[in-house]
Design a protein around this ligand. Structure first.
Ligand SMILES: CC(C)(COP(=O)(O)OP(=O)(O)OC[C@H]1O[C@@H](n2cnc3c(N)ncnc32)[C@H](O)[C@@H]1OP(=O)(O)O)[C@@H](O)C(=O)NCCC(=O)NCCS
Length: 147
């Protein structure tokens, strides 16, 4: 597995990978390139990419929000899960946030993402808020990790 820092120029490739990762997970379809571009406009994101044999198999996208480090996207292709890739992407984000003097990392996870919730809670992330959805299926669980 190889890990590298990505850039906005990698977005077209990442959007394709993330389509496979997130397709069918939520009631809404995975974000399009336009939606990524719009969300990341002006926020100077930090992107980490996990590759195996030059193929992107996972990634994370994070940026500063409300004075802290906000992890917006993190995913790993299904066939490459349970090998510690997400844990390593979290390590990279936590180190990057520490190196840039952020005091905390915040993540919003929908409660359909059980694997992510489990991973974060086991790492010591604490639930600090819940954005309730009308039928509870897509409640957004906000977790915070103090660095
Ligand atoms: C959530 C997600 C990113 C986790 O990715 P992952 O690479 O499988 O995560 P990891 O391998 O680091 O950890 C997952 C589990 O594998 C275990 N694991 C890690 N390395 C392992 C290894 N070498 N052998 C066996 N198990 C291992 C971890 O301990 C962890 O166990 P747990 O589930 O009991 O806590 C992935 O499931 C995913 O992309 N899901 C869809 C997208 C999503 O939900 N993203 C989050 C939205 S906010």
């Amino acid at each position: 597995m190889n890990y590298k820092k990505g850039s906005i120029n990698d977005l077209p490739e990442l959007v394709k990978t993330n389509f496979q990762i997130f397709n069918g997970m939520y009631e809404w379809p995975p974000y399009t390139l336009d939606q990524y571009t719009e969300r990341l406009n002006g926020v100077n994101p930090t992107i980490f990419i996990a590759e195996r044999d030059d193929k992107i198999i996972g990634d994370s996208i994070a940026f500063e929000k409300d004075g802290g480090w906000y992890l917006w996207i993190l995913g790993v292709l299904e066939e490459y899960r349970k090998q510690g890739v997400a844990a390593h992407l979290l390590d990279l984000n936590e180190q990057h946030a520490r190196d840039n003097s952020y005091k905390e990392i915040t993540v919003k996870v929908y409660n359909v993402s059980k694997e992510m919730l489990k991973l974060l809670i086991e790492r010591g992330y604490e639930i600090v808020d819940i954005h309730k959805d009308k039928d509870n299926k897509y409640n957004g669980i906000v977790l915070r990790f103090v660095l």
